[in-house]
Design a protein around this ligand. Structure first.
Ligand code: G3D
Ligand code: MG
Length: 185
């Protein structure tokens, strides 16, 4: 498998549709994305400033992921990129109970603007003792209200020891994302 990582201070309007990776700052977007690319656990080294584009080649397909920084100044870009996104991956910190309402608000604002984009939610940091179980994350994010016509999937994920194999749920999520992306092309 080949991959490359590019940190960009801005991203031009590209032809290829991207898989958007959004969520509040600190949720684990970069860590999850780099782990999916490497098939090995890889924590992020620094908060994302701006955009982080990752291209992953799997058997027979190539997927372009675009993470947009989750801190306040970058959230204004979320809507702009969502309108031409293939899929939305939304990452939440399952142990950050206090910010789940904020994550829910942003998620619902996002999906309102795009009634068909498939949604894959990563309930991340499942390794932490305080993490909500995925059934509680489903409720906290009101995922039953994301729209009847939309494909929606929820995975519990964790990025633990650097270099270890990614958990099977993350491998399953990667396979599913490849299928969804192929369907949407
Ligand atoms: P972001 O891209 O959503 O902003 P990052 O988030 O990937 O930069 O991760 C934010 C912090 O959470 C990082 O720690 C990272 O190591 C940690 N993290 C990410 N995923 C997990 C996880 O599943 N479990 C645990 N325990 N920690 C995780 P630092 O210390 O660098 O801030
Ligand atoms: Mg990041």
């Amino acid at each position: 498998m080949a991959f490359w990582l590019i940190n960009l201070s801005f991203v031009s309007q590209e032809k290829n549709k991207q898989i958007l990776v959004l969520g509040l700052d600190g949720a684990g977007k970069t860590s999850v994305l780099h782990s999916l690319a490497l098939n090995r656990v890889q924590h992020s080294e620094a908060p994302t400033q701006g955009f982080n584009a990752v291209c992953i080649n799997t058997e027979g397909s190539q997927m372009e992921f675009l993470e947009i920084g989750g801190s306040e100044p970058f959230r204004s870009y979320w809507d702009m990129y969502l309108s031409r996104g293939l899929l939305l991956i939304f990452v939440v910190d399952s142990a950050d109970h206090g910010r789940l309402p904020e994550a829910k608000k942003h998620l619902h604002q996002l999906i309102e603007t795009n009634p068909i984009i498939p949604l894959v939610v990563f309930a991340n940091k499942q390794d932490l003792g305080a993490a909500y179980h995925i059934t509680d994350i489903h409720e906290a994010l009101a995922l039953s209200e994301v729209g009847n016509d939309r494909k929606m999937f929820l995975f519990g994920t964790q990025v633990t020891e650097n270099g270890s194999e990614i958990p099977s749920a993350m491998q399953d999520a990667k396979d599913l994302i490849a299928h969804l992306a192929a369907d949407m092309q």
